[in-house]
Each structure stands twice: as structure tokens, then as C-alpha cells.
Design a protein around this ligand. Structure first.
Ligand code: AMP
Length: 405
């Protein structure tokens, strides 16, 4: 079998992250990040094996950054690309899986932009620019929301008037689907179960954080909702607050919606609670030095995380394991320890030696004897996107072969 290559693109409003992945090798052939786009200081850092380089993006546009990729791909790819996979944050209710990008898909992504005004327009720019540079190759969209389209109505509906759902699409969607899907599948492999099977609670803890209840490869409930603000305490996002907070701040402090929105998304979470940083590494170090704000921020983060996991447990018929992933989930023994302490009711307990982060941070089990499985699994969203692209190509190839037969 030839080792097919997929270029995975994740476009933000001021950034462009990419990875060139082969089917067989777990390490990307080439990967990189263009940052500070939209300014005169645009810069692209890339690496391929031991080679690392930096390229200035003089005009700071997504178009120029994308154009820089073409010679790099030509240099490092041994064969033509099989597909370009695009990470898209919000697919609304239109998408339950990977979709080959055509005019209809582009329109649907535009239609979902009101639900993700910061993300979808930037990702549409990425699609347009990539389609200009990489012509005649299938471009495939992978949606963060798609994995959660299997949630039942009792999990995705808010207790709001029905017309807000039917006419204005107000419902819970969930995000980080690519990561929750990837780690739950890896968990079944790690535990020697049939691939994709099992009843899992997953905690994706990065700058954004969410939990998910996954049964046999299907999301049954998740902590994020209409937007990625709902649910857990995050780096700078508040997570759940009383919905009346908005009117309280407007009436008593005279704040307008933009100010409230900004405070909840950019000034809250670990940063707001600690008064110090949104970065868990900084907070763990400051807590060890006796910083009260850092200590409180970590305690609230872990308690609210445990509460979310306990709540999501009701979606599952049993628990085969709890999975930690994301920058914090993979790298912070303290967060895992403090969180699991609140989950003793489920019989969950950690083995301290296994919990200590080993070099290379491999996927592993960290539970104490007699506890249900507790797993640390490094996430790999680019790998998951590449695999979904190839699976879609295989599926469409089989379909057209059947039609011809
Ligand atoms: P991500 O968005 O998945 O890259 O995760 C970013 C978060 O992971 C930041 O809050 C980092 O502080 C956190 N992180 C990375 N390494 C560590 C570590 N060794 N200990 C604690 N937190 C970490």
C-alpha cells in the first residue's frame, strides 16, 4: 500500500497551523505555524525532521502564508497529496462527519458563522486560499461539532422556548469533537478492547477545556454548548455562570454586552481567579510557592472538572475508564490527582507513581489497584483529521466502484 499523504490545515484569525501526515508514520513529515497574520510581523515557523526554519510573511496575509506552503510540500512530500483536511470549528446541525468541500459545504459553513463568528470566517479564508494553491486535490472539512451530533435531544436542548431552537438554532453543539473521538478510540486500543468500543469519560484540558461521555464511539453528552464558553473553567474563559450574571452586570455596573462578553471569554477562568496567569504551568509553580490566587484557581478548576465528569456519568451505562488529554490533562499530575480525589464515589483512585509524568509522556494507565481505569492519552487532532479524510476518500471510492459495477 502506498503511504498516502494528507495536509491538515487549522486556520485562525491571525494564525495558520499545518501538518503534513503520512498514513503509516505517526510523526508528521512536515509541520508548522504561521502567526501574527494580519500584522506586518507575520512569521512562519516550520520543521521537517531535524530541519527547523523561520520565514517572514512580509505582507502578513493568509494568502502569502499559504503560498509559502507550496514549495515546502513540493520539497518534502514524496508523492502528490491525497487530500487537504481543514479543521472547522462549527458545522451547526449540517454535518455529522467529514465532508468533501464543494459550494454547498462552503455555504453551510458560512451559515454556521453566526454561531462561531471568531472561527468560521477565518477557516473559510483558509479553505479559499488553500484551494487556490492546492488545485485538483480533494479538500475535506472536519468539524469540531460533528462528533457530538449523536447527542440525544435531552442532552442537546436548552430549556428555552422551542422557537429559539427551530428558528434560530439555539441548542447545545459541543466542541473538541476530534480530540474526544481520537482519545476514546485510543483508549479502547490501550485496554485491548474492540477498536472504538467502550464507555468513557474524556477530559480534554488545554487552553479550552471540555468533557465528554462517549459510548462505543458516539458522543452522548459534552460540557460545551452553543458556544465554547459553556462548561468547565478554562485558561481565560469562565465556563458556567448564572445566566442572570449578564443582566446583573448590565443593571448594576452599566456594562454593555461587548464588555461582558470580553470579560467572560478573555479575563476569566484561571487568569481571572488567580489574578496571575492563564497558563497552568505558571499556576502550579506559583501554588508551590504559596500563591493563594494560583492555589484557589487550581482548586476551582479541578472541583468543577470533577463535578462535570460526575454529571456526565449519568449518560453512560457503565464506566470503562476516565481519560485525561490536552496540554494540562497530559502533563499535570497535580490536576489529575486533585480532580480524581473528588471522584471517590465512583471508586476512582490514582496510583501516585504511575501518575508522575514520564519522559515522552506515552499513553498509559494511572489508576490504583481496584479502581476503574484512569488513562492519560496524548491527543493528536491532526492525525485524527488525516485519518477521517482518508476514510472518506476510501468510502467514496468504494461507492463509485459499486455504482460502476
Ligand atoms: P493545549 O491548548 O492543549 O496546548 O494546552 C495548553 C495548556 O497546557 C496550558 O495551560 C499549559 O500551561 C498547559 N501545560 C502544558 N504543559 C504543562 C505541564 N507540564 N504542567 C501543567 N500544565 C501544562
Amino acid at each position: 500500500m502506498t503511504d498516502r499523504l494528507v495536509l491538515v490545515i487549522n486556520c485562525g484569525s491571525s494564525s495558520l497551523k499545518f501538518a503534513l501526515l503520512g498514513e503509516a508514520d505517526r510523526t508528521p513529515v512536515l509541520s508548522g505555524l504561521a502567526e501574527r497574520l494580519g500584522t506586518a510581523e507575520g512569521v512562519l515557523n516550520w520543521k521537517a525532521g531535524d530541519i527547523r526554519e523561520q520565514v517572514l510573511i512580509a505582507d502578513g496575509t493568509h494568502r502569502s502564508a499559504m503560498a509559502e506552503l507550496l514549495p515546502l510540500i513540493t520539497r518534502f512530500a514524496q508523492q502528490p497529496l491525497a487530500a487537504v483536511g481543514h479543521r472547522i470549528v462549527h458545522g451547526g446541525e449540517h454535518f455529522t462527519g467529514a465532508s468533501v468541500i464543494d459550494d454547498e459545504v462552503i455555504q453551510a459553513i458560512k451559515d454556521s458563522s453566526t454561531l462561531a463568528p471568531l472561527h468560521n470566517p477565518a477557516q473559510l479564508t483558509g479553505i479559499n486560499e488553500a484551494m487556490r494553491v492546492f488545485e485538483d486535490i480533494p479538500h475535506i472539512a472536519i468539524f469540531d461539532t460533528a462528533f457530538h451530533q449523536s447527542m440525544p435531544p435531552h442532552a442537546y436542548r436548552y430549556a428555552l422556548p422551542e422557537y429559539l431552537y427551530t428558528e434560530h438554532s439555539v441548542r447545545r453543539y459541543g466542541f473538541h469533537g476530534t480530540s474526544h473521538r481520537y482519545v476514546s478510540r485510543q483508549a479502547s486500543l490501550l485496554m485491548g478492547m474492540e477498536p472504538g468500543h467502550g464507555a468513557w469519560l474524556t477530559a480534554h484540558l488545554g487552553n479550552g477545556c471540555s468533557t465528554c461521555a462517549v459510548l462505543d464511539g458516539r458522543s452522548l453528552d459534552t460540557s460545551m454548548g452553543l458556544t465554547p464558553l459553556e462548561g468547565l473553567v478554562m485558561g481565560t474563559r469562565s465556563g458556567d455562570v448564572d445566566p442572570n450574571l449578564h443582566s446583573h452586570l448590565a443593571r448594576n455596573l452599566g456594562w454593555d454586552l461587548e464588555r461582558i462578553d470580553n470579560m467572560l471569554n478573555r479575563e476569566s477562568g484561571l487568569l481571572g481567579l488567580s489574578g496571575l496567569s492563564n497558563d497552568m504551568r505558571t499556576l502550579v509553580a506559583a501554588r508551590a510557592d504559596g500563591h493563594a490566587g494560583a492555589s484557589l484557581a487550581i482548586d476551582v478548576f479541578c472541583y468543577r472538572l470533577a463535578r462535570s465528569l460526575a454529571g456526565l456519568a449519568v449518560a453512560l451505562p457503565r464506566l470503562d475508564g476516565l481519560i485525561f488529554t490536552g496540554g494540562i490533562g497530559e502533563n499535570s499530575p497535580l490536576v489529575r490527582e486533585l480532580t480524581v480525589r473528588h471522584l471517590a464515589l465512583f471508586g476512582l483512585a490514582i496510583d501516585p507513581a504511575a501518575n508522575a509524568t514520564p519522559p515522552g509522556n506515552p499513553a498509559r494507565q494511572i489508576q490504583a489497584e481496584h479502581s476503574p481505569a484512569i488513562l492519560v492519552i496524548p491527543t493528536d487532532e491532526e492525525r485524527q483529521i488525516a485519518e477521517e479524510c482518508l476514510a472518506l476518500l476510501d468510502f467514496t471510492a468504494t461507492q463509485s466502484a459499486e455504482q460502476e459495477a
